[in-house]
Design a protein around this ligand. Structure first.
Ligand code: PLP
Length: 292
C-alpha cells in the first residue's frame, strides 16, 4: 500500500532564489515509485467507487501517460481488473517503460487509432466498468486532491505552485487552500486556455481563493524537451539534490526560476511548490540524458 507518511515538506534554497523569498517543496513524489504523487490522490475515490459497485476500471491515455502507469499499479494494490485504452497504434510490439510497467501490473492494454479514440466505440465492450476520463479528470479526482494541503501544515504559505495537465490537481488545491493564499497553475500543454474552464468546472461553488494559470511556461508543449530544460534539471539536481521529471515538474521548477527573476512574487512571500511526482516517466529517456 502507499504510505502517506513518506510525504515530506523540504526546504528549497537554490542559489537563484531571491533572499526575500522563502520556498519549500511538498514531496508527493516520495509516496510510491509507480503511483507517484498526485495520481494517487486523483485515483483513490475512483478506486473506492469501482470497488464498491463495479467490476473494474476503464481508463485512457497516451503511451507515456503517468496516469496509465499509476492506475495499473493502484488497481493491482486494490485487486481490481483494469483496462487502459491507449491512443496510438504500433506500440503493441515494443512497449515503452510506462506501458510495460502497466502491463506488468496486470492492466489489459488496448491500442486504438486516434479516430477510434475519438469515436469512443470501445466503451461498449466494458459494461459494469467504472470509467475514469483521460488523466483522471473528474470530480472524484479533484476531491482526492483536496487532501494534499492537509497532509502537513501549509497554512503559512502565501503562494502554492503546481504543474497542470488536466487541471484536476489544481482544482483540488484551490478547493482546499485558504482564501488568503494564491494558487498558481503552470500548464505544460501549449495553447491550454481551455484549462480555465476545466478547472472552474471542478471548483466548489463560492470558492473565493485567488488562482490563476500562467500559460507561457510549456517550453514547446506537452512532452517536448529541450537542452535548456535538461540542463536546468541536471543543474538543479546537482545543486539541491531535487529530482524532477521531464514532462511536469522540470517545467514547474523552470517556470519558478523564471518567475523569481521577473520578479513575480512580493518580498516575504512564502511559496510552496508541489512536486507531483512523475519520475517514472524519466525511465523512457536514454540513460545518459539525466545525471540523476
Ligand atoms: C499527471 C501529472 C500532473 C498533472 O495533473 P493534472 O491533475 O492532470 O493537472 C502533474 N504532475 C505530474 C508529475 C503528473 O504525472
Amino acid at each position: 500500500m502507499v504510505n502517506l507518511s513518506n510525504i515530506r515538506i523540504t526546504s528549497f534554497r537554490p542559489s537563484w532564489l531571491p533572499a526575500s523569498l522563502e520556498a519549500d517543496i511538498l514531496r508527493l513524489d516520495q509516496l510510491h515509485p509507480e503511483i507517484s504523487g498526485n495520481k494517487w490522490f486523483k485515483l483513490k475515490h475512483n478506486i473506492s467507487v469501482a470497488q464498491s459497485k463495479q467490476e473494474g476500471i476503464l481508463t485512457f491515455g497516451g503511451p507515456y501517460s503517468n496516469h496509465i502507469a499509476a492506475t495499473a499499479a493502484a488497481c493491482r494494490l486494490a485487486n481490481i481488473p483494469c483496462t487502459g485504452i491507449i491512443r496510438g497504434e504500433e506500440h503493441a510490439l515494443e512497449l515503452n517503460h510506462t506501458l510495460q510497467t502497466a502491463a506488468n501490473n496486470g492492466m489489459r492494454l488496448e491500442f486504438i487509432s486516434r479516430t477510434e479514440y475519438r469515436e469512443k466505440k470501445h466503451l461498449f465492450h466494458y459494461p459494469g466498468y467504472h470509467i475514469i476520463p483521460e488523466g483522471g479528470h473528474n470530480a472524484e479526482g479533484a476531491r482526492g486532491c483536496e487532501e494534499i494541503l492537509h497532509l502537513l501544515p501549509t497554512a503559512h504559505y502565501t503562494h502554492i505552485l503546481c504543474a497542470a495537465g488536466t487541471g484536476t490537481t489544481l482544482a483540488g488545491l484551490i478547493n482546499s487552500a485558504l482564501p488568503t493564499q494564491e494558487v498558481i497553475g503552470i500548464p505544460v500543454l501549449k495553447g491550454a486556455r481551455f484549462l480555465e474552464q476545466e478547472v472552474a468546472m471542478l471548483l466548489h461553488p463560492g470558492i473565493n481563493t485567488k488562482w490563476k494559470l500562467l500559460y507561457d511556461f510549456h517550453y514547446g508543449g506537452y512532452g517536448r524537451t529541450s537542452p535548456a530544460l535538461i540542463n536546468f534539471m541536471n543543474s538543479l539536481n546537482r545543486e539541491t539534490g531535487l529530482p524532477t521529471d521531464i514532462i511536469y515538474t522540470g517545467k514547474l521548477l523552470m517556470a519558478f526560476h523564471e518567475l523569481c527573476t521577473q520578479p513575480a512574487f512580493p518580498a516575504n512571500s512564502r511559496i510552496l511548490l508541489i512536486h507531483t511526482g512523475g519520475l517514472q516517466g524519466n525511465l523512457s529517456l536514454p540513460s545518459d540524458v539525466l545525471m540523476f
